[in-house]
Design a protein around this ligand. Sequence first.
Ligand code: ATP
Ligand code: MG
Length: 566
Amino acid sequence: MPMEETPAPSSATNFIRDIIDADNESGRFDRRVHTRFPPEPNGYLHIGHAKSICLNFGLAIKYGGQCNLRFDDTNPTKEDVEYVDSIKEDVRWLGFQWDHLFYASDYFETIFRFAETLIAKGLAYVDSCSTDEIRQLRGTLTVHGKPGPWRDRTVAENLDLFRRMRAGEFPDGAHVLRAKIDLAHTNMNMRDPLLYRIRHAEHHRTGNTWCIYPLYDFTHGYSDSIERITHSICTLEFENHRPLYDWLIDVLELYHPQQIEFARLNLTHMMMSKRKLLELVETNSVSGWDDPRMPTLAGIRRRGYTPEAMRAFCDEIGVTKFNGLTEIVVLENAIRADLNKRSNRAMAVINPIKVVIDNYPDDLVEELEAVNNPEDPAAGTRLVPFSKVLYIERDDFMEIPAKQFFRLSPGREVRLRWGYLITCQSVVKDPSTDEIIELRCTYDPLTRGGNAPDGRKVKSTIHWVSAAHAMTAEVRLYDHLFKLADVSEIPEGEHWKNWLNPASLVVVPSAKLERSLATFKPGDRCQFERLGYFCVDKESTPGKPVFNRTVTLKDEWTKIQKKKGS
Ligand code: ATP
Ligand code: MG
């Protein structure tokens, strides 16, 4: 791993670190730490996966160990190289580099041999029952399973059938290979679990070499063992698979990694299952896997999130054994904190109204000095053009100001950021619609930079752009994809589509942006003063610039919901 790119080890301690510390203390695994991140290449990675990536790679960094990237590619019909490529890109984007890259499909031959050994030991058999029959015979939590008619086939018969399964003599579903463990076991996973099934399908790596594929539980532990993983970290759903994980490795007397389970990440307003995200993509509910509203790493990257913010977020939420729901505002605050430090400021008017400064010379253009980032003196300053006709935000004006509204209104003076104090003298309305189309103002020439020599105060500062110098851009404002905070509460039988937030994307076709943004390229970020953090979208072109809102400056959603509730 090139040192300059390696993220600093997280200082957060957790129960997994305690386990590793104890193992190192006792000399177990010869004080090695070797983890892996094992995605199935059946979709794009999401923020939940980032938690697992930061954990696994982070532990390797912390303990001077290694971390593998392993594709758990045992399900040929759902997997694709597109996903393999995107997963690699996402892991690298988060700042991590795997020590070894493996595919579970690399082990198909070895795992086939393991299966033959299990059969030879009388610990696995070919079952010719249908899926339904198997399910029925397996019993329930309160009813013991019953042996099916094929459970006592001889070793010779089992070996013969299993080899013929591999040779392609049978159609899909004709037989399966099952472990022979205990049909009365209190753990359903131990009631003769399925190990192999027939699937005449082309695999994205092994092509048509195989027509039988090992199941996840059968493959996973062996892959860990082959790679000499020390701590095999997975999410809590696999806790009751651990006895099977241990059994499969022990009966073959193989090297035995330690499986450890932790709670998966769930976020409010986000759906985090690859299957459902695929459905969002396939039904065109979003524009693709990298739609900036998606919880995918591709989506949040396009939205303007930084890997630093993602790692800080994963650090902050920590690692526990308790499933919970994390407020999305925790994620948003992580990106705000990061972008506040690193983003240059610029002025942009999203919903413009024209301001004419009547006492400003017609042809004068002044270049006013503006600070790029008050959080970072090294970011320097830039010049912004000021002239007679400006745009300000329509929301920053009220003809009849409400109580507590201190921005522009007739007769009131406000400060233009980095500019002058201006006073609104009158409004111009469209005679047919009565809509205000222009504000006539005056400026005080003695207030350049924003302060009056007589020390008089104004109550608010607003942003603006010079109309003649502004660039026009499309701005995309994003909000939560789901209206509902806890998407797991969507009632059974009701489609999640009904819970999509119709306002999750608002496109502003012609926002007015400060001139300095004309040099921005896709991926570049900045703060639009008072509005939020934005980045240039990948669809942006010099002729048609497009900006994405990464996040607002403050958590407006919570504020609005509270207001609604009160
Ligand atoms: P999904 O349900 O979204 O398809 P998955 O668990 O099936 O997720 P995998 O490709 O198997 O997806 O996941 C790779 C690794 O990431 C696994 O170790 C898994 O436990 C972990 N992981 C997946 N989702 C989360 C999550 N929400 N929080 C933490 N870790 C996760
Ligand atoms: Mg999985």
